[in-house]
Design a protein around this ligand. Structure first.
Ligand SMILES: Cc1cc2nc3c(=O)[nH]c(=O)nc-3n(C[C@H](O)[C@H](O)[C@H](O)COP(=O)(O)O)c2cc1C
Length: 313
């Protein structure tokens, strides 16, 4: 299947067939998703694989997910078979013909991030996303991502380990996301993913216990979209002058949602939790974007990036 050329774009030197990216943790290691009847790989510009660490991880105790108004809380705890197994047994099963695959790298120490990146560097993976924003692990993750010095150290270490495109996934749980983005640019990131989940908690009042086995988790889905659009807008102000692209994400379930992120300054748009509502969402979002291009006289989806008209400007 071929998609409309107006949807194609360049992201960190890669060609995406469409602006849509399947988000980490929502599609397993790619293979889980391509099994869905009626799904076409070509609808996705790229697929982000599940967060991967050096050693295998079993993840957190149940419950790991909990539906909330307009979204969900999750605390999976980075369950994965370890970087070596992903490279040796999973990557060979993926079909690279129509879409790009992006590894999602995590660690408890700066050295672990570097080592996992090095393992993926020596593999067919197209790009590497650095997850310094996972709220569901005790060490690393969001504790690194909320500290600009640590964020920069992790990015610099991963930069030493690969020449492949590096995409830094930023946390919304921090005071000054733009300042952090600036530090990551200096440290050598090629792109950004904005945002990861917001930290949250749900309580079972009868048991007087948090619902999630991990007590706290990450909030995703439509409930976080306005926060995510604003964070994308803030990061775009510092990233776009350097030609650094953003995968905007958080709560996308429609073409209108995706277009908001593009106008705010994103080059591509991620879809995660929305897939749990409708696994075939990508086709309707792509069709809706094409309709918008026609109605507003834009030639290419890339013309929408940052095309926001600010009030009072
Ligand atoms: C069940 C689940 C697991 C996730 N696992 C990861 C992960 O391993 N690495 C990561 O960077 N983000 C992970 N995320 C965050 C998503 O990739 C995405 O950034 C976030 O959910 C916001 O997008 P959405 O509202 O469209 O889901 C996970 C999200 C969910 C819902």
């Amino acid at each position: 299947m071929t998609t409309d050329q107006r949807l194609a774009l360049e992201f960190c030197g890669m060609r995406f067939a469409t602006p849509l990216v399947l988000l980490s943790g929502c599609v397993g290691f790619g293979e889980e998703y391509t099994r869905v009847e009626g799904f076409a790989n070509a609808e996705a510009g790229a697929v982000c694989l599940k967060g991967t660490t050096l050693a295998p991880r079993l993840g957190n105790p149940a419950h790991r997910v909990y539906e909330t108004p307009g979204g969900m809380l999750n605390a999976i705890g980075l369950q994965n078979p370890g970087a070596r197994a992903v490279v040796d047994t999973i990557l060979p099963t993926l079909d690279f013909a129509e879409t790009r695959f992006i590894a999602n790298v995590s660690g408890s120490t700066v050295e672990e991030y570097e080592e996992v990146t090095r393992i993926f560097d020596d593999s067919p993976i197209d790009a590497i996303e650095i997850n310094i924003s996972c709220p569901n692990v005790k060490e690393g993750g969001v504790t690194f991502g909320n500290d600009p010095d640590m964020s920069a150290r992790v990015v610099a270490a991963c930069r030493r380990a690969t020449k492949k495109p590096l995409i830094t996934k930023l946390s919304p749980n921090q005071t000054d996301i733009a300042a952090n983005a600036r530090r990551c640019i200096e440290a050598g990131t090629d792109g950004f993913a904005v945002i990861n989940t917001l930290m949250g908690m749900a309580i079972d009042i009868e048991q007087r216990r948090p619902v999630l086995g991990n007590n706290q988790g990450g909030l995703s889905g439509p409930a976080i979209k306005p926060v995510a659009v604003f964070r994308t807008f803030q990061v775009a102000q510092v990233a776009r002058p350097h030609g650094i692209p953003i995968i905007g994400q958080g709560g996308v379930t429609s073409a209108a949602d995706a277009i908001e992120f593009l106008l705010a300054g994103a080059t591509a748009v991620g879809v995660g939790t929305g897939l749990f509502y409708d696994p075939l969402l990508l086709a309707s979002i792509n069709a809706g974007i094409l309709d918008y291009l026609d109605r507003h006289g834009f030639a290419q989806v890339s013309d929408l990036t940052g095309a926001l008209r600010l009030n009072g400007a």
